[in-house]
Structures are given as C-alpha cells and as structure tokens.
Design a protein around this ligand. Structure first.
Ligand SMILES: O=c1ccn([C@@H]2O[C@H](COP(=O)(O)O)[C@@H](O)[C@H]2O)c(=O)[nH]1
Length: 277
C-alpha cells in the first residue's frame, strides 16, 4: 500500500500542488443559475468534479455544504468522492472532525476505512481535544494508505486566541500540535501522511513548520490571500505547501472552461511564487 504522503508528493509533482475546494454555497448555486436544493447541489458538484478532477492534485469537498441537505446531500458527496478519485484527483474531505478517542474511532471509520462509502484519501481533523484523541484516525489512516490534516494555525482571525495561546511548557498550542505532527512523520520519505492546516492569510506563520509532511494552505482567493503570500507565510517549508482555493475558482463556473482557466491561473501564480522563493 502506497502511503498518502508518497501519493500526494507524486500528484504535486505531476499536476502541481493546487487543491480546489468544492464548497456549494447557496450564493454560488444562485450565481450558477441553480436552485438551492438537492438537484442544484447535484448539478453544481458534478460540474465541478467533471471540470477539475482530471487535472488538479487535490479536490477538497467541504462536508458542511452537503450535510445541510441531510441524507440526500451525503449521497451527492459520496458520488463526488468516488468520481473524483476515479478521475485521478486525491480527495481531501474537509470535515474537521474531533472528539474523545472512542468517538473519534467512528469518525475515522467514516472517512478512512476503505469499506465506507465516504472513504477519502485524507480528512481534516481538529486536535483541540488533545492530539492523543486523534490516535484512532492516525492509526486507521496509516493502515489504509490515507492521510490526516490536523488544524494548526487556521486562516480565520479568530483562531489565534486558541492556537497562539501558550501551553504549559511555553510553546504555543499550535507549535505543540505541529511538533506532534513532526513526530508522526519522522523518517518518512519523501514526506509523511500527517499534514498541517496553516492559513495562507497569516502573513508570517511564526511557527516551526518543518513537520516533514504536507501543509494545506486555505485562505487564497475569497479570504484575501494570494499565491504571492506563500513564501512569506511558509518560508523554507514552502515546497510542502498545498495551496487551497474554493470560491476563488468556483465563482468562475458553471462552465468547465471558466473553472479550468481559473484553476490554471492560480496554479501558474503558485508556481511563479514558489519558484521565485
Ligand atoms: O483554516 C482553515 C481551514 C479550512 N478552511 C476551509 O477551506 C475553505 C476555504 O474556502 P474559500 O472559499 O477559498 O475561502 C472552506 O471550506 C473552509 O471551511 C479555511 O478556510 N480555513
């Protein structure tokens, strides 16, 4: 079984590192001329997957926008995961799960067990019930060649009050989590399967990001960050960054060419910014 970190590095090398988020906001459905109902969700999602899954390294469905439609929304999500993976994209399920370990086991089974209809290449998780609470997800991911992206320094301004707070040993909470991730990834080559979420909006991460794993960087586009910000935020770790854009690409739909061109523009800007760093 090929580990997620190895598969992601290969995808980044061949397709470029861009991740495009599938976030079916009600406002985007409207802008695409679709109703804010299950049929609109289905058409939106299918169009985005068909336009992008054969070219971007990672597609990141935002689970919340599917969950709001109940079981029928989840069915759309299941189909999107299957079709995106079949077309060659890695699927990162943005679900930000986190709970006590025994419940975390059920979340892990949902996204990281190949027998589950929502099995994805990776899932986002929150470590703020303690990094150890993530153990069921870390172990199941490793057993199945999947990955886990752990929130470290999120792109929203409110995150700092928790993530920059000082832990008992003087490190920031975010640094404590990043150090746990580095320990999980120790010795992995070309990189480990435990990634960190670090917002592209931060200006300067102000943390040691050398986790030997991927760094998911949301916040590009609608939240105001640009690819040119990446070297400043990530410094010498910029080669491990997976920049993520959702609305910044999706607002160029519904046509496939609009979505593809927008994704290509971001990919080109990322390449220029990273190669100049
Ligand atoms: O720190 C984080 C973690 C996750 N996200 C998610 O990424 C997308 C961003 O969407 P845009 O339209 O590109 O702003 C969204 O699904 C967030 O939940 C994040 O923004 N920041």
């Amino acid at each position: 079984m090929i580990p997620f970190g190895t598969r992601l590095r290969a995808a980044m090398d061949t397709r470029g590192p861009l991740c495009v988020g599938i976030d079916p906001h009600a406002s985007l459905l409207d802008a695409w001329g679709l109703a804010d109902d299950i049929k609109g969700l289905e058409t939106f999602t299918r169009s985005a997957v068909e336009a992008l899954a054969d070219r971007v390294a990672v597609l990141k469905p935002q689970s919340a926008f599917f969950e709001r439609f109940g079981s029928r929304g989840i069915a759309v999500l299941e189909k999107a995961v299957e079709e995106a993976r079949a077309a060659g994209a890695l699927v990162l399920m943005d679900a930000k799960r986190g709970d006590i370990g025994s419940t975390m086991g059920a979340y892990a089974a949902t996204y990281l067990d190949p027998g589950s209809p929502l099995f994805s290449d990776a899932v986002t998780v929150s470590p703020y019930l303690g990094f150890g609470s993530l153990r069921p997800a870390l172990d199941l991911a490793a057993a199945n060649g999947a990955g886990v992206f752990v929130l470290a320094l999120t792109s929203n301004p409110e995150g700092a009050e928790v993530q920059r707070a000082t832990a008992a040993d003087g490190r920031s909470l975010a640094q404590l989590m990043l150090d746990h991730m580095a320990a999980e990834n120790a010795g992995a080559d070309p990189m480990g399967s435990v990634g960190a979420v670090v917002g592209a909006t931060l200006g300067d991460a102000g943390a040691n990001l050398a986790i030997n794993g991927p760094l998911l960087a949301p916040g590009i586009g609608a939240q105001g960050a640009t690819p040119a910000d990446l070297p400043g935020v990530f410094g010498s770790a910029v080669g491990n960054v997976v920049p993520s854009v959702s609305r910044g690409v999706l607002r160029h739909g519904p046509g496939a060419s609009g979505l593809r061109d927008a994704a290509q523009r971001f990919a080109d800007e990322v390449r220029e910014a990273v190669s100049a760093a």
